[in-house]
Each structure stands twice: as C-alpha cells, then as structure tokens.
Design a protein around this ligand. Structure first.
Ligand SMILES: [Zn+2]
Length: 74
C-alpha cells in the first residue's frame, strides 16, 4: 500500500468517524429537547386563563382553577 492510498483511507476513516459522531449527537439532542420544545396552548373556559404545557396533550388541567381544558387548535 503506497502513501497516497494510506492517506486517503485515513481521511475517509476520520471523515466517517466525525460524520457518525455528528449524527449520534444530533439524534440524541433531538430526542432530548423535542418534547420540551413542543408546547401546546390551552385557554381555560372557566377562568379564561391562558397557559401552556410541554408536548402535545389533548387535555390539560388549568393551573389556576383545576378545570380540564382541550388544546387550542389553530
Ligand atoms: Zn381555569
């Protein structure tokens, strides 16, 4: 194996290593923060309090009065 082939293989291995690390950390961050990043908005029909909840639940209790409200849809 000559030096050019060895250098090319080394560069390909290093590139594959960095690409796999980048994909791993990108997927990990997406899984960790996607739930917290997505928020749903609710408006209480009893006390008219506007509040939010993480994720996309269909119903959520009002933090002020405890009434369970449906998610606002736009
Ligand atoms: Zn309420």
């Amino acid at each position: 194996m000559d030096i050019v082939t060895a250098a090319t293989l080394f560069c390909l291995v290093v590139a594959a290593l960095f690409l796999s690390l980048w994909m791993y950390y990108d997927r990990r961050d997406y899984a960790l923060f996607e739930h917290a990043r997505r928020k749903s908005t609710f408006c209480c029909i009893r006390c008219h309090f506007l509040y939010g909840a993480a994720g996309q639940p269909d119903v959520c209790k009002c933090p002020r009065c405890g009434h369970e409200n449906a998610r606002l849809r736009f």
